[in-house]
Design a protein around this ligand. Sequence first.
Ligand SMILES: [Zn+2]
Ligand SMILES: [Zn+2]
Length: 370
Amino acid sequence: MATKQIRGAVLNQIGAAAPFAESKPITVDTVELTGPAENEVLVKIEAASICHSDLSVVNGSRPRPTPMLLGHEAAGIVTELGSNVTEFKPGQRVVLTFLPRCGECKECLTDGKLPCAPGSKTNEAGTLLDGTGHLTRDGEEVKHHLGCSGFAEYAVVDKRSIVAIGEDVPPAIGAVLGCAVLTGGGAVLNAAQVTGKDTVAIVGLGGVGMAALLTAVGLEPAKVIAIDANEQKLDLAKEWGAHEAYTPQQAEELGITADAVIEAAGHPKAFETAFKLIGFGGRMVTVGLPAPGAMSEVEPVKITGRAQTIIGCYLGSAVPKRDIPQFEQLWREGKLPLERLISGSFELDNINEAMDALASGSVLRQIVEF
Ligand SMILES: [Zn+2]
Ligand SMILES: [Zn+2]
């Protein structure tokens, strides 16, 4: 297999102190990339964006092995195919998705409801789906992030980690389709199965929450309610089509409820807020990822007495191959204005600063282009 020298953003240790602009846990280094092996594809990355799941690895709330080449929300161009890849062509544009679906395990046969078991295992180990890695730095192994490692000029990924997109999709839009949109939009469409009669509440207006909001608004349900502690985000949500917007405290005081509640903050307090919002016979979809061990308090009698449902939803209960083209088409028709999710761009060398910006809550998605 050929070896390429690439520049990439490597996280050297988890749990560094903020601000990361000072502790600099990520360095942009020359890394050796081998492959593709038989079921893999070499992708020239066009654009990648920073997601909260990148930040969660950096700050240690989602522990992963290091050193690790970060980045999982990315889009690029197929450059080289493994010997067993017939589904893609060189020059084709693709979106990277953060959980490969082997297509064969019991979990993969649930229509997206459950995450692929082998894919989850190799994601945790920091390898590609076949259990191997293709990255080294001065001879030392560098782990893959969620089968992607998109903060680099090139990535080698399993063919089940990518989905083809059209020539007309800008690289930045392609990048956000792979995680924020699949997760937030999938929570609305696949897990909550929102219909026109529903009142929908979105708790937590980060990238995933805003993607959920845009998707919900596009469905034209009875009402869309936005909930966030940050009042600026509430104003933005109203501008983007939310009918009502409240802080968690206001929502509680007013006794607001909804048929479908999407928890997209990934914080135990947000889980409690979302739980209180579930109406009679309503459902709550929890798509955020709080730190392991974080606990929430809920009143179980309400679940019974009000016949409520709580739905766990990883990656928007999505089947990327089925769902990305659907979101792509909604964007094309102007029904899903994903440009709004993109707050700005950054240079790869400034990735620590960009992580600080995301942590501050002042931005949704920041894009690096290669
Ligand atoms: Zn993500
Ligand atoms: Zn599977």
